[in-house]
Design a protein around this ligand. Structure first.
Ligand code: FAD
Length: 403
């Protein structure tokens, strides 16, 4: 008998989990609250969120382990960033390479990555994706899920054998799990927010688009209590993210205040962004909060588990949130293999449930310490990026490292 997996959320982690478990023989249904992001009408809304992100070897290794062909297609569309380029207040630049042997992190378009994974998902016969279907509640003991079909305006009930919650920071699956699991849980909002800005492509003397900054660096303008960063895009623009305390943003209510503040702290970036670009972004783009979430355990018996941001949302300063979520899928898949969970092999049902419960329990036990460590590193790296990189102690340490 083929077992049925329900994945909640068609973000990158949900998509990769669906592919991985479909390959093991599960019959998969993905429920996604939003419309299909590949439709032109939903693209604009998706663009409001972070445009690009950094994928490191952690995320690449996970994709390669599960779908090597897709991983190599994604690698074709990345821009390697070999180090960070620090822009000080006087316009001086300091290149700090990430690795002596040339290893890099990679800037990738978030929508392209998610759409690419969705295309992979939709090419697998045993996976069905239901967009505009929002999970409302879950009865884990009865193995039933309640779904709101946004198009029809009605609720449905669906059965499942295993439920994967990949429904992001405000996970419904996690909240439902808390009713049946003694879950330790911590949610912390930092007193900082972010807003996205854009450095457009320039043009050369043949009118072709060119990068206005070095594309092979992650650019940082550290200003101690706040900072600006910029990552390159394939169209030769840069997506910038301004991170600052809410109290700092609240001082900027008029256009002249925004312009004066930005010119004072980021004069070289301002030259590229321009008055109109800056004001448009401040008025049109959301100012979003930053949340850190820790939980334990991540599973319930043999029937549910949370992965990705649903399990461990982290502040973005280490660039590892999604990388870790993709790694969750790799680790879970390896444990399912190790425990001999075969959803189609005519395994005795009791034996199957036992093995599955063991794999999920081993996941919670073995994964927690690593996830907490990286979550804490992400928090610490904010101070590193906005302040420590500018200090004499940091410069001295780098000189010693390079000896
Ligand atoms: P999500 O991408 O949040 O997807 C969850 C999906 O679930 C969504 O499609 C949502 O619509 C759906 N959903 C939610 N509720 C329901 C429901 N009830 N029913 C059905 N569907 C539902 N990470 C990196 O690795 N590198 C970076 O450089 C990086 N930069 C970042 C920059 C910023 C500013 C931010 C905020 C984050 C950054 N991250 C980065 C983190 C990264 O964005 C997240 O870790 C990643 O998106 C998590 O993926 P996910 O699939 O777990 O969740």
């Amino acid at each position: 008998m083929t077992r049925k997996l329900v994945v909640v959320g068609a973000g990158p982690v949900g998509c990769l989990a669906a592919i991985a478990l479909a390959k093991m023989g599960w019959s998969v249904e993905i429920y996604e609250a939003r419309p299909d992001m590949r439709l032109p009408s939903s693209r604009e809304a998706a663009q409001q969120r972070s445009i690009n992100l950094a994928i490191s070897s952690r995320g690449i290794a996970a994709m390669q382990a599960i779908d090597p062909a897709a991983a190599s297609r994604f690698l074709d569309s990345v821009i390697p960033m070999r180090g960070r380029l620090i822009h000080d207040s006087n316009g001086n630049l300091d290149s700090q390479l990430y690795d002596r042997d040339g290893q890099s992190i990679n800037s990738i378009d978030r929508a392209l990555l998610n759409q690419g994974l969705l295309n992979e998902v939709l090419s697998v016969d045993s996976i069905r994706v239901l967009f505009r279907h929002k999970i409302v509640s879950i009865n884990f003991d009865g193995r039933m899920i309640r779904v709101f079909d946004v198009g029809k305006g009605e609720e449905l009930e669906k059965s499942f054998d295993l439920c994967i919650g990949a429904d992001g920071s405000y996970s419904v699956v996690r909240r439902q799990l808390m009713r049946v699991v003694r879950m330790d849980f911590q949610q912390v909002y930092i007193p900082h927010e972010y807003i996205e800005l854009k450095i457009p492509a320039g043009t050369d003397n043949r009118n072709d688009p060119v990068f206005l900054l070095d594309p092979n660096h992650l650019h940082i303008w550290p200003r101690h209590s706040f900072m600006l960063i910029a990552l390159p895009n394939k169209d030769k623009s840069f997506t910038c993210t301004l991170f600052a305390p809410t109290t700092e943003f609240e001082k900027l209510s008029h256009d002249d205040q925004i312009l004066a503040w930005f010119k004072k702290h980021f004069s070289d970036a301002f030259e590229f962004i321009g008055t109109e670009g800056l004001l448009n972004s401040f008025h049109q783009n959301p100012r979003s909060p930053l949340v850190s979430i820790k939980a334990k355990p991540y599973h319930y018996k043999d029937r549910a588990i949370i992965l990705g941001d649903a399990a461990h949302s982290m502040v973005p300063f280490y660039g590892q949130g999604l990388n870790c979520g993709l790694e969750d899928v790799r680790v879970l898949t390896a444990l399912l293999h190790e425990e001999g969970v075969h959803p189609t092999a005519g395994q005795d049902p009791d034996d199957f449930d036992l093995r599955l419960a063991r794999a999920l329990s081993r996941y919670s036990e073995s994964r927690h310490e690593d996830l907490i460590a990286i979550n804490d590193l992400a928090m610490d790296n904010y101070v590193e990026m906005r302040h420590s990189v500018t200090t004499p102690a940091h410069k001295l340490r780098r000189m010693v490292d390079n000896l």
